[in-house]
Design a protein around this ligand. Structure first.
Ligand SMILES: Cc1ncc(COP(=O)(O)O)c(C=O)c1O
Length: 413
């Protein structure tokens, strides 16, 4: 993806994040686990506090001023998310609990009614469980087939396999992540979208690792649904967004049933409300949505071109530093084909032991299967270590990671 000459001053941005004022294990914090969840800037925290202190009420219910103020803030946040992904209409943006709920919503509300014997749901071997298991489950429930696009040895999708997949049934839906959380691979979603649409299928994009780090345009991507979580992009936990094309969302059955999502309830029959309310049953994550909107403002102010460029530089630097260690094996594509995520293993040392030694040094990285067990199987490992970067990451933290790995090597021989 093209990057402009815009720059980002991570040292200055770090000052926005109160967490870095605290020591971990007596050391300053090197937080290299932003792919699992990001840290929070004061601007977002203040926006939530201000909302709770001045404007809190339930939304779309009261006729009094406070409720109207809360509703305006909540709907304002929806418009910010709409603009973030260049969605044609605000009503196409559904507030969910997280990316996982958005993907489940599509699998249940669209998949259960539209898949059947002879159809195929196609995922990728890179997929996070959140965009894998719902399709596997719904395929089983409906009698549809379930296929995965394989990976090549560089950790990239083998699109040549699509022809063979197509011969095995009617492709009805393709579910793909835009950026892999385990390897950082940037997937060719535009190509997959064209391929799916040429066959009359839909494409569901998991943007959980993309929306925090790069500009997203659902119209340019050509996707039908796209889901992501606020907590990975400087926002609070408990809220995410699903964007879907209006005509698809309108034709779908509801997902959760209850208050707020109805038009009329009678003993004989209940009818559903308009978008987006049909998919927002019960009390919404109100202050969380306001925080989500503030996080979007914060990231827009930095600029997504600058964020992407910064993370690319960090990935390149990290891969170069890891390559200095002959006893470390890195996974995934070259730096120019990936986002700010590096996955690796230290020869002969379990990833959990690696992460624990690093923790003593104040360096937080992830160890595990990263909710990608099919990918781990493909790589022939049970788990990997993963370091992931964000707007506040500085090269010094990567140096501390490498220093820590030397300690791991010394401790475990
Ligand atoms: C690629 C990807 N998809 C989906 C998810 C699920 O996100 P959440 O747990 O916020 O629903 C994650 C979280 O790590 C992810 O990395």
């Amino acid at each position: 993806m093209a990057v402009t000459a815009s720059t980002l001053d991570a040292h200055r941005l770090r000052a926005d994040f109160p967490i870095f004022e605290h020591e971990i294990n007596g050391k300053s914090l090197a937080y290299l686990d932003s792919a699992v969840t990001s840290q929070k800037p004061r601007q977002m925290l203040d926006a939530m506090l201000h909302f709770y202190e001045t404007s809190y009420g339930n939304v779309h219910r009261g006729v009094y001023a406070l409720s109207e103020r809360a509703t305006a803030a909540f709907e304002g946040a929806r418009q910010k998310v709409q603009a973030l992904v260049n969605a044609p209409e605000a009503r196409e943006v559904i507030f969910t609990r997280n990316a996982t709920e958005g993907l489940n919503l599509v699998a249940y509300a669209w998949g259960l009614s539209n898949l059947g014997p002879g159809d195929l749901a196609v995922v990728t071997e890179l997929e996070h469980h959140s965009n894998y298991v719902p399709w596997q489950y719904v395929a089983k429930r409906t009698g549809a087939g379930f296929r995965a696009i394989p990976l090549d040895e560089n950790g990239e999708l083998e699109l040549g396999a699509l022809d063979e997949i197509e011969r095995e049934g009617r492709v009805k839906v393709v579910a793909s992540g835009l950026v892999s959380n385990a390897l950082g691979t940037v997937n060719p979603v535009e190509k997959l979208a064209s391929w799916a649409h040429e066959r009359g299928a839909l494409i569901v994009v998991d943007a959980a690792q993309a929306a925090p780090h790069r500009a997203i345009d659902v119209q340019a991507l050509g996707c039908d649904f796209l889901a992501f979580s606020a907590h990975k992009m400087c926002g609070p936990s408990g809220v995410g967004a699903l964007w879907g094309r209006a005509e698809l969302l309108e034709a779908m059955e509801p997902f959760n049933l209850g208050g707020h999502m109805i038009r009329k309830v009678q003993f004989e029959e209940t009818t559903w409300g308009d978008l987006p309310h049909k998919f927002e049953a019960g009390t919404s994550p109100i202050a969380e949505a306001v925080g989500f909107g503030a996080a979007v403002d914060y990231l827009n102010e930095i600029g997504f071109d600058a964020i992407e460029r910064h993370e690319h530089e960090l990935a390149e630097y990290a891969l170069g530093r890891l390559a200095e260690l002959p006893w470390v094996r890195s996974y995934g594509p070259a730096a120019d084909r990936r986002a700010g995520i590096v996955s690796f293993n230290v020869e002969g040392v379990h990833p959990h032991d690696v992460a624990q030694v690093l923790d003593f040094e104040g360096v937080a990285i992830r160890a595990g299967h990263h909710c990608c067990q099919p990918l781990m199987r493909k790589l022939g490992v049970a788990a990997t270590n993963r370091a992931s970067f964000y707007v506040y990451t500085i090269p010094d933290e990567i140096d501390r990671l490498v220093d820590g790995l030397h300690k791991v090597k010394k401790a475990f021989g």
